[in-house]
Design a protein around this ligand. Structure first.
Ligand SMILES: *Cc1c(COP(=O)(O)O)cnc(C)c1O
Length: 375
């Protein structure tokens, strides 16, 4: 059986975890958390990175830092993971879903302005498959209307837009290090903060509303309760597992990209014959091969394709029931404008196996089976 995903593991991870345990420094904000934060800051050029317990929590922290309040509106795609919306729903805000572009499955930047009202507080672009949203347009709209931009870059670690790292373009960026992502710590994530003025508030909210981070740095003699907050810092053992991967992130990224290119080359004839569609990476976007997907003609064909691949021992999946059609989406959010592509394109999309360690032979086999389905 070819799995859909295998969590990334690199040998150094055991050594680093043992180091944590031996030093009896396993709780949050230890040496490995610091190393991960610094690595991300250097790699992305963000002013400050704070490792978190998940991308979900990073987004919640961003919602708190933006001061999102009940009845505020937050513009986002409906084709995304629930956490994108939950972070704002927890603050009593209303997700306003805008249609996606069929080529990248990202928020259609041309439809955002019409969805902006007096209540709009923020825009949340989701960089689907690690391919960037049209950030120049989104940042210009945010500046024009005084909105915050929170990038859901859960899938975008190591990707860029016109030379700028995803996650480091908006006011806040959120990474995921869940086991299904390119780099993992089991459960984990990171909040990227652009403005130095937001850093102190973020450190306080992440540490249960206390100024413990300043205490640890020796800036104050005792720490105290400063603001509302929660516990968003991961154990250092998890950071140790992640840091082993970050050290060889380029190598892992190159390996994924090689698999992605191979899928693309192998399947190009099917796309040229009009049987399937392949992913689109717009000019100026450098992606990270987070996923390889194809689009079947419609829902029925996709269902048959996935069943066929399963018979051939290949686990291929689809995802994201559009949020506006889910029970909570109906209750908490609304779709602005017409759902031209969100539902239709989501029903066609099938994700093929992609992980660090997948072999070219496996990719060739999978492509042969996809071709076999279409003959
Ligand atoms: C994975 C993912 C998340 C959630 O990440 P966690 O680290 O599991 O909380 C959020 N948004 C998108 C787009 C994702 O792919």
């Amino acid at each position: 059986m070819i799995n859909f995903n295998v969590p990334p593991y690199v040998d150094k991870a055991m050594e680093y975890i043992q180091e944590c345990v031996r030093n009896q420094k396993i709780c949050g904000d230890g040496a490995f958390t610091r190393k991960c934060n610094e690595w991300i800051e250097k790699k992305t050029g963000t002013a400050k990175c704070l490792l978190t317990t998940s991308c979900t929590h990073a987004t919640e922290l961003a919602a708190l830092l933006c001061g999102v309040e009940p009845q505020d509106e937050v513009i986002m795609p409906s084709y995304t993971f629930v956490s994108t919306a939950n972070a704002f729903v927890l603050r009593g805000a209303v997700p306003v879903f805008v249609d996606i572009r069929p080529d990248t499955m990202n928020l259609d930047e041309k439809l955002i302005e019409a969805a902006i009202t007096e209540k709009t507080r923020a825009i949340v672009p989701v960089h689907y498959a690690g391919v960037a949203c049209e950030m120049d347009t989104i940042m210009a709209l945010a500046a024009k209307y005084g909105l915050k931009v929170i990038e859901d870059a859960a899938q975008g670690v190591m990707s860029s837009y016109k030379g700028r790292a995803l996650g480091a373009i908006g006011d806040f960026g959120c990474f995921s290090f869940h086991e299904t992502k390119n780099y993992s710590m089991g459960e984990g994530g990171a909040l990227l903060i652009q403005a130095p003025k937001d850093v102190e508030a973020a450190e306080i909210m992440r540490e249960k509303g206390t100024n413990r981070s300043m205490y640890y740095r020796g800036q104050i003699d005792k720490y105290t309760w400063i603001n509302y907050g929660s516990s968003y810092l991961p154990s250092d053992t998890n950071a140790a597992y992640l840091y082993a991967q970050l050290e060889i992130a380029e190598k892992m990224n190159d390996a994924r990209l090689a698999l992605w290119e191979r899928y693309y080359r192998n399947l190009a004839p099917l796309a040229e014959a009009g049987k399937i569609e392949l992913p689109v990476v717009p000019e100026g976007c450098v992606h990270n091969a987070h996923m390889f997907y194809i689009k079947a003609a419609d829902l029925e064909e996709r269902t048959e394709l996935l069943a066929y691949l399963k018979q051939k021992e290949i686990l291929s999946v689809f995802h994201y029931i559009p949020l506006h059609t889910a029970p909570a989406g109906v209750k908490f959010g609304r779709f602005h404008g017409e759902d031209r592509y969100t539902t239709k394109e989501s029903e066609r999309l099938a994700r093929l196996p992609m992980y660090y360690g997948l072999t070219v032979e496996q990719v060739d086999y999978i492509c042969d089976m996809v071709k076999g389905f279409y003959v």
